[in-house]
Write a protein that binds this ligand. Structure first.
Ligand code: NAD
Length: 524
């Protein structure tokens, strides 16, 4: 079996545009529906309901979900624990088949899923489609990876002794996801947990619960048993409760640095009755830099910087938020970039002409605006585009004269705000880039082979991109994940990822005959 990435939809074709516009209308008609929790075989409701809203028009309720409390979390844990031996004993190829089937269902519902994302988290057409394609990739890729890993490996061939190395599931996995890739990241972590034989409790982000509910619906439809994959909806308090639970073996988390560090701290704290050390897969934030060298192709650089910094409103963990410009080209590049960003259209993502959509919610809006205010103190505001006041819109903003020690150059803003820093030369630019405590993605635009080679060696980031944009990692092609405070996991979409969800065991057997088998055993 060869893995192939799911191709993206070509929206330059009229029929694709028409089909997607139709899906948007269909999904709109389903706004405001209820999506219960799924615990074992039951669809459950609770007394407290939470609205998922359209960030481009916050008065529109995309869907409603019941908030799970401790009672529901405990129930899910009990069912998962009881079911674990059966799920773990299901052959790996059958578990993989469930993922392949789920991928097939996603393909058949592709436009609908993208439409839900557009409304629930404010993604543009291409971004929403790419997220669904990535989710399909994870299902296919991890399914195939598990087929590879499930073969017992003979460590060494010795006469008279067999030595094999096998992988086993860990137990109960809790999946805690962010909202910014609401299907792909959730599907990736859940698929990894399930295909390796762990029971999964899935907790989507509170901002994207409908997309989360749709994922679990698809997995169930694909045949994943009820207690192997359960759905809890809620926020940080619920997440923290399940992380602490003594029956949980593994936490697969993607989200912010502060929450990730908190999860690491509490997960390693042994709870009464807990007889294992929890494993935490923890992917966190970034403060990603693009360096532009003096000999770079500036036309090319501008296009990619614009996409990397402002695509999906800068709300990608991989987004560029620091632009480090070598002195010679500083003014020229900045002028060109400012003009390019001035041309971007801002407005609801339903209209495909809009490049800049809303940020996720009121809290994000307030946080980003506070950084815009701070930027005016720390640096020089060279562009602040006006944005619609209805909905959570922030106009793309660029600051120059930012210094490496400024907060603007060190803290993750997660919005369409770019801080430009000036470097004396390429070496200085690299030094500035590496100052960050985060180390997720990074980019270099240069025509100098020596500088490119130096960046390969010394630019300390998990994903380095040379003469291209720094977002949009593709499953298998660019396994994704950071260093330093950006994460401690093996890379998502890469060959080591599933190993984190497994426990290796070595089994050695003396195969020389030792006397005779007792006659009564021979009878059986
Ligand atoms: P977040 O950390 O606020 O929330 C992520 C998830 O954690 C949510 O489901 C939330 O409910 C849950 N949570 C919150 N507090 C918790 C607690 N105390 N215990 C357990 N769970 C808790 O992040 P977000 O705003 O949803 O996502 C944006 C962040 O995610 C950014 O920092 C971004 O860089 C990061 N991110 C990283 C990657 C990556 O691959 N490294 C990918 C996407 C997003």
């Amino acid at each position: 079996m060869t893995f192939r990435n799911e191709p993206l939809l070509d929206f330059s074709r009229q029929e694709n545009r028409a089909r997607f516009a139709e899906s948007l209308k269909d999904v709109r008609r389903k706004f405001g529906s209820d999506y219960p929790l799924w615990i074992a075989g039951e669809k459950l409701e609770t007394k407290k309901w939470c609205d998922s809203i359209n960030p481009a028009a916050p008065e529109e309720i995309v869907g409603r979900v019941p908030a799970a409390g401790r009672t529901e979390a405990d129930q899910a844990v009990i069912h998962a624990t009881e079911h674990f031996p059966e799920w773990a004993a299901t052959p790996a190829n059958e578990r993989a088949k469930f993922l392949f089937r789920a991928a097939e269902i996603m393909r058949s519902r592709r436009l609908e899923l993208a439409a839900w994302e557009l409304f629930e988290v404010g993604k543009g057409w291409r971004e929403a489609d790419a997220d669904v394609a990535e989710a399909i990739d994870y299902l296919e890729y991890y399914g195939q990876e598990m087929l590879r890993l499930s073969e017992p490996r003979v460590t060494q061939k010795l006469p008279g002794e067999s030595n094999v190395y096998v992988y086993e599931p860990r137990g109960l996995a809790v999946v805690i996801a962010p909202w910014n890739f609401p299907l792909a990241i959730l599907a990736g972590m859940t698929a990894a947990a399930l295909v390796t034989g762990n029971c999964a409790i899935v907790k989507p982000a509170e901002q994207s619960p409908v997309t989360g509910a749709l994922l679990v619906e698809i997995l169930r439809e694909a045949g994943v048993p009820e207690s192997a994959c359960q759905l809890l909806q809620g926020g940080g308090e619920l997440g923290a409760y399940v992380v602490r639970h003594s029956a949980v073996h593994l936490i697969a988390f993607t989200g912010s640095r502060d929450v990730g560090l908190e999860i690491l701290r509490t997960a390693y704290d042994r709870q009464p009755g807990q007889e294992h050390v929890k494993r935490v897969v923890c992917e966190m934030g970034g403060k990603n830099a693009i360096i532009v060298d003096q000999d770079a192709d500036l036309d090319e650089a501008v296009v990619h910087i614009l996409e990397s910094a402002f695509g999906y409103q800068g709300q990608k963990c991989s987004a560029a938020s620091r632009l480090i410009l070598v002195d010679e080209i500083h003014d020229l590049l900045l002028d060109r970039l400012i003009e390019a960003v001035r041309s971007l259209k801002i407005g609801p993502p339903e209209d495909p002409r809009n490049f800049i959509g809303p940020v996720i919610d009121a809290a994000a809006h307030a946080k980003i605006m506070s950084y815009v205010d701070l930027g005016k103190w720390e640096g020089r505001c060279v562009l602040e585009r006006e944005a619609p006041t209805k909905g959570f819109f922030v106009g793309p903003t660029i600051f120059s004269e930012v210094q490496p020690e400024h907060r603007l150059a060190n803290e993750e803003i997660f919005g369409p705000v770019l801080a430009a820093l000036k470097a004396k030369d390429f070496n200085h630019a690299l030094q500035i880039a590496n100052r960050s405590a985060y180390a997720l993605t990074g980019g270099v635009f240069s025509r100098s082979p020596a500088h490119i080679e130096k960046a390969r060696r010394e630019f300390r980031v998990g994903n380095l991109y040379i003469n291209r944009g720094i977002t949009g990692a593709i499953v298998e092609r660019q396994p994704f994940g950071g260093l330093k405070l950006s994460g401690i996991g093996s890379k998502a979409g890469g060959p080591d990822y599933l190993l984190q969800f497994l426990e290796p065991r070595t089994i050695s057997e003396n195969t020389l005959r030792h006397g005779f088998v007792p006659p009564e055993e021979l009878k059986h």
